[in-house]
Design a protein around this ligand. Structure first.
Ligand SMILES: [Zn+2]
Length: 120
């Protein structure tokens, strides 16, 4: 991969991670917001539903953030954009769509076909 491409993805991943972290901050303050009226069952139920929803989002976000961190680490190691299965370069077009991917399109397609066949 060209140096200019690596720089592009490094910026992209850093900005993406910052956005996610900022969103996560917002989620935390919502999670710790006190009940206005704890005796109101309806409010309490919807607060609990919101809270569960937020926790699910946070779980997904934190997984994504660790994937972004791994991708940034691969940029440092010089292994970013290399398929971890076949060792071929992953196309820049594919990385622009999925910057944290570690599979080239051929291996991803094979993996998905395998998972489908195995009923995963
Ligand atoms: Zn591959």
């Amino acid at each position: 991969m060209r140096k200019s491409d690596l720089k592009f993805f490094k910026n992209l991943l850093n900005t993406w991670r910052d956005d996610l972290l900022q969103q996560a901050d917002g989620t935390v303050s919502l999670l710790t917001a006190p009940y206005d009226n704890p005796s109101d069952i309806t409010d309490r139920a919807s607060f609990e539903a919101d809270r569960n929803f937020m926790l699910r989002i946070r779980d997904r976000e934190s997984k994504l953030i660790s994937k972004i961190n791994e991708a940034l680490q691969r940029i440092e190691d010089g292994t970013y954009g290399i398929c971890e299965v076949c060792g071929e370069d992953i196309s820049v077009e594919r990385l622009k769509v999925r910057p944290v991917t570690t599979y080239c399109i051929e291996c991803k397609t094979k993996q998905e076909a395998f998972e489908k066949a195995a009923g995963l």
